[in-house]
Design a protein around this ligand. Structure first.
Ligand SMILES: Nc1ncnc2c1ncn2[C@@H]1O[C@H](COP(=O)(O)OP(=O)(O)O)[C@@H](O)[C@H]1O
Ligand SMILES: [Mg+2]
Length: 230
């Protein structure tokens, strides 16, 4: 469970202050597939970066399974990210000179508790799951955008994180590839009971989410369950 309490993030641009997050309080249950929606500039990415431990809030509190994560040291945060969290970005962020297989294996290789054999096995099995096993020796640029995004999801999933963060993962995809990516998230959520927090501003994506939190000017404008999801 993730508990976010009165989260504030203020950016100072010269003398102007931008309240990117202005008092966000939110509880996210384990296994939830949560959509964060709202207009451009409403604070979606900022919120994701705070909860994903990629940036620090100005004030407020975040606990994950009871752990006060903002009080962790930098090293502890790095370890927490590596062992517990996974990320998918809009631009895929794959390493261009590494093959598909190497990209997927990368986060697993950084861990001390995984043998080379185990890493290989996990990477193969997740590549099979996303239907790109036969492309494992290709470079990212030899794949379509949709395939690259599926590789980046495989990379995020290889360590079986508790929480998967995705910031507009379909922003550069056509509707067919977007659907494939959303179906993959849906499957992951169903099968692995992964908590997924996904930012989107495409209205039709909301059919996939269990719950939709809409932001406006750094505040929660609405928070609704979607009973027909899935
Ligand atoms: N690094 C930054 N420096 C200054 N202002 C920022 C920075 N990042 C975001 N902002 C501002 O914070 C607000 C929220 O941004 P963001 O979280 O990126 O919104 P969204 O993802 O919903 O489009 C915007 O007004 C944006 O201009
Ligand atoms: Mg954004």
């Amino acid at each position: 469970m993730i508990e976010i309490n009165d989260l504030q993030r203020i950016y100072h641009m010269g003398t102007v202050e931008v309240r990117a997050l202005d008092g966000i309080t939110l509880t996210i249950e384990k296994g939830e597939f949560l959509g964060i929606m709202g207009a451009s500039g409403s604070g979606k990415t900022t919120l994701l970066h705070m909860v994903g431990l990629l940036d620090l809030p100005t004030s407020g509190r975040i606990t994950i399974d009871g752990l006060d994560v903002l009080r962790l040291t930098d090293y502890e945060k790095t370890m927490f990210r590596l062992y517990k969290l996974g990320y998918v970005f809009q631009d895929y962020a794959l390493v261009p000179d590494l093959t598909v297989m190497e990209n997927v294996a990368l986060p697993a290789m950084l861990r001390k508790d995984r043998s080379e054999e185990q890493v290989k096995k996990d990477s193969f099995s997740i590549l099979q799951k996303i239907g790109l096993y036969d492309r494992r020796d290709h470079l990212p640029r030899e794949l379509s955008g949709g395939q690259q995004q599926r590789v980046s999801i495989a990379r995020a999933m290889v360590n079986k994180p508790d929480i998967l963060f995705a910031d507009e993962p379909c922003a550069n995809l056509d509707s067919e590839n977007s659907k494939m990516v959303l179906d993959l998230f849906h499957e992951i959520n169903e099968e692995m009971k992964q908590t997924i927090i996904m930012v989107s501003h495409e209205d039709w994506h909301k059919d996939y989410f269990h719950r939709i939190v809409r932001l406006r000017d750094g505040k929660i404008a609405s928070d609704e369950k979607n009973l027909s999801a899935g």
